[in-house]
Design a protein around this ligand. Sequence first.
Ligand code: IPE
Ligand code: IPE
Ligand code: MG
Length: 245
Amino acid sequence: MSNAALAPIDMNKLPKHIAVIMDGNGRWAKKNKVKIALGHRAGTENLREIIRSSSDLGIEALSIFAFSTENWSRPKVEVDALMQLILEFFSSEIDELCEKKVRITMLGDITQLPERQLLALREAEDRTRENGGLRLNIAINYGARAEMVRMVKQIAEKVQAGEISLDSITEDTLSSHLYTAGLPQIDLLIRTSGELRLSNFLLYQCAYAEFVFPPMLWPDYSLKDYHESICEFQKRKRRFGSREE
Ligand code: IPE
Ligand code: IPE
Ligand code: MG
């Protein structure tokens, strides 16, 4: 696609941190009368382009919801297909991501994943740790409630050990014990497929996010649509509770 066809993004008003809930692969598979695994596979094609474009635009952080703590309850064939895709995605993308200086961080408890996936994800984090480009967060076995339980336990342990006092706990203390520690809060959250909910994604970090809900199913959500979502964000008036002059 030529860049001329893309919506004109204001480079001075870029969202710092974008979160994406890639939803609609199942319905896309049904609509196209193919197996569910093919729906998920189709959903990795545009993901590549969106990551590339985010890096080229100079977006600071992109957080992608790939597999939730609740998705384990899906049929085994589907979970297996998703696990296989995770492996394929990292082995095919890692070189280019490294070249683009993308730094990969996993959000979620990846220790619960099968050994091969766990090793591949750890390797992706290790190989890209020193990179100073786009911060690419991939949420796998992620749930915001589980993330908050983990955060509370970590802080409570520090209080118990006398490392910090109760009085010294601030919002920054909480933020710094989330998987997204050190990153800006979410400016823009995109969820495709017309579902209007968060489904346990980044609850704390989305406190002041702008929400965009494109109606198309994830595999049909193109780079052009992504740029339109960013433009829509740029039209929003963000007040953060104060009075506009
Ligand atoms: C989102 O697509 C991808 C994952 C949850 C991994 P879905 O598989 O949820 O698609 P629908 O909602 O069934 O259409
Ligand atoms: C959220 O989508 C999880 C991912 C996109 C990975 P779901 O399709 O699992 O969410 P619900 O079940 O519609 O809330
Ligand atoms: Mg869904």
